[in-house]
Write a protein that binds this ligand. Structure first.
Ligand code: PEP
Ligand code: MG
Length: 590
């Protein structure tokens, strides 16, 4: 029977494919596909983990003190029995063999299947045994995490393997939540769409999905419970609807829409190398947001005139153990700079914390592990200033990359004047260290992200220190409206059109322009065509967005006349309902 699940549309278009479920687990679980050549080794890993856990449990039982309640010994027996039950490890092997899942993913997928079976049992005693299976799986996952040979990342062979097993069928990923670290692995993967139970319009999962330019729906609450492995799904990324098991008529309608949007994309692509100039001759800079150096080529291909935001924190994720050292970071930044062939690359220092933890944690785990409100905690520049050695190391790596092209440094989440001094002191020391070591580096402009209302309100003071500013509207909206950008429960309150948000944006753009400083918007508003004209009216001439959005925004720019747009602005800023006022002030089309 066909059902519909509603969520928040975050990445446009239509995806049709079979569901691949990614189960959530209390333990940090990596999800990746293993190549055909590694299947047997992966099954061996699982066997080794089972044997180790079995020995551990037997040992625990042997060492139980005589006064221990005898239920405890019985419980350990149950766990050993479950461990050797074919429905657990035996079935997980099937996931590895048939689906090419890594051992951890296979186990958590099988746990999901068993958990459903337990939930459906009438007998209360049996139903409660679900917790035992969960504990056994948790032990296995911990054992696997500590094993040598655990691989992180999707190998090229693995990507091919999953294509082979899926045959012609496209695949859609369905999960309660996907940690940003996992999302980066899936970025190089084969999924044609994403559905998650949690998340908001500008949560990082949504941002990465958009950067992959594939349809995605987040905040679909019950999706991972209602959808089963292998179900056929249609993701309507424009409406935020997931249709499970669609009828042939519905499927045909969506296939038609899919073809239409492919044609539209091809048409827009032709604008790739057309300069973005408005009807009244205003030159507009359309730049790219990237997450990895490998994205730089796609940015050029899409017609970007530079990188307006390189989210360097993604280099720090998906790592077993040590964080990237200066050399590794330098190579990554240099590669991006070289790929841009002389165009500017704006490298943001790490924005770790909040919904981008170093560890692979889901939103719920994040809140649990990192206190109630990580977005107000040790995040971004606060984290860097708390780790001065690491901060200088990153600054040195970025400065060194400036010997290969035009580089700008962008500091995230600046809010205090005291931070400004610490940032420039750190920069002075980093430069001095490079100078003493005889390492070359060039002239680098330093910019601040304006994404905390305090910084927007004190913009003139910040502009005394920084060469340029870039408005992070994703966070500016979150902090101005006190609405967690990753929480689907308050997603309806996350409103870029809110008069307070527009006022802060307008003030920031006007203040930078008055001082002759560059100002860019690099939050998701910059890549949303609904705001292009409004931002142009405010005087913005530099936008940074996912490369896939550049052609769409360029089309808007080419049709705009900033003189007419400017005249619409005062009424809109004064209105209680700016979205409506902006529409009403539009000249009626003949
Ligand atoms: C923003 O906050 O708008 C921004 C661009 O930064 P991020 O989305 O990475 O927090
Ligand atoms: Mg931000």
């Amino acid at each position: 029977m066909s059902i519909q699940v509603f969520g928040i549309p975050v990445s446009r278009g239509v995806a049709i494919g079979r569901a691949v479920m990614v189960a959530s687990s209390r333990v940090d679980v990596a999800h990746y596909f293993v190549g055909a050549e590694r299947i047997e080794a992966e099954i061996d890993r699982l066997h080794e983990a089972r044997n180790a856990v079995s020995a551990e449990l037997e040992g625990l039982k042997r060492e139980l003190p005589p006064e221990a309640p005898h239920e405890l010994a019985a419980l350990l027996d149950v766990h050993v029995m479950l461990l050797h039950d074919e429905s657990l490890v035996g079935a997980a092997k099937v996931w590895i063999r048939d689906r090419h899942y890594n051992a951890e993913w296979a186990l958590s997928a099988q746990l999901e299947v068993l958990a459903r079976q337990f939930d459906e049992m009438d007998d209360v005693y049996l139903r409660e045994r679900k917790a035992d299976v969960e504990q056994v799986v948790e032990r296995l996952l911990r054992e696997l995490a500590g094993q040598a040979g655990a691989v992180s990342g999707l190998s090229a062979g693995g990507a091919q393997a999953v294509r082979d097993f899926a045959g012609e069928d496209p695949l859609v990923l369905v999960a309660n939540d996907v940690a940003p670290a996992d999302m980066m692995q899936f970025k190089r993967s084969v999924f044609t769409g994403f559905v998650t139970d949690v998340g908001g319009r500008t949560s990082h999962t949504a941002i990465v999905a958009r950067s992959m330019d594939i349809p995605a729906v987040v905040g679909a609450r019950e999706a991972s419970r209602l959808i089963r492995q292998d179900d056929w799904l249609v993701i309507d990324g424009d409406a935020g609807v997931v249709i499970v098991d669609p009828s042939p008529i519905v499927l045909e309608e969506y296939r038609f829409r899919q073809r239409q949007s492919e044609l539209e994309r091809a048409r827009l692509n032709r604008l790739r190398h057309t300069p973005a100039v408005t009807l009244d001759g205003q030159v507009v800079e359309l730049m790219a947001n990237i997450e990895l150096p490998a994205d730089a080529a796609g940015a050029l291909e899409a017609g970007a005139v530079g990188v307006g935001l390189f989210r360097s924190e993604f280099l720090f994720m998906n790592r077993e153990g040590a964080l990237p050292d200066e050399e590794e970071q330098f190579e990554a930044y240099r590669d991006a700079v070289l790929a841009l062939q002389g165009l500017p690359v704006t490298i943001r220092t790490v924005d770790i914390g909040a919904d981008k933890p170093l560890e692979r944690l889901s939103q719920q785990e994040l809140r649990h592990e990192h206190g109630l409100n990580p977005a107000l905690g040790l995040r971004a520049i606060r984290w860097s200033l708390a780790e001065p050695g690491m901060f200088r190391q990153q600054l040195r790596a970025i400065l060194r990359s400036s010997a290969y092209g035009k580089v700008r440094i962008l500091i995230p989440m600046v809010a205090q004047m005291g931070e400004v001094k610490m940032i420039f002191d750190a920069l002075d020391r980093a430069r001095q260290q490079l100078f003493d070591a005889g390492r070359p580096f060039g002239q680098v402009d330093i910019g601040a992200m304006i994404e905390v209302p305090a910084a927007a309100m004190l913009i003139n003071r910040f502009l005394q220190h920084f060469d340029f500013v870039s408005v992070g509207t994703n966070d500016l909206i979150q902090y101005t409206l006190a609405v967690d950008r990753a929480d689907e429960a308050v997603a309806h309150l996350y409103d870029p059109w809110h008069p307070a948000v527009l006022q802060l944006l307008q003030q920031t753009i006007a203040a930078a322009a008055a001082r002759g400083r560059d100002v860019c918007v690099c939050g998701e508003m910059a890549g949303d065509p609904a705001f292009t004209e409004l931002l142009l009216a405010m005087g913005l001439r530099s936008f940074s967005m996912h490369p896939a959005r550049i052609s769409t925004i360029k089309q808007r720019v080419l049709r705009a006349d900033t003189r007419l747009l400017r005249s619409r602005l005062p009424g809109v800023l004064a209105s209680d309902n700016p979205a409506q006022a902006w529409q009403q002030a539009a000249p009626s089309r003949p």
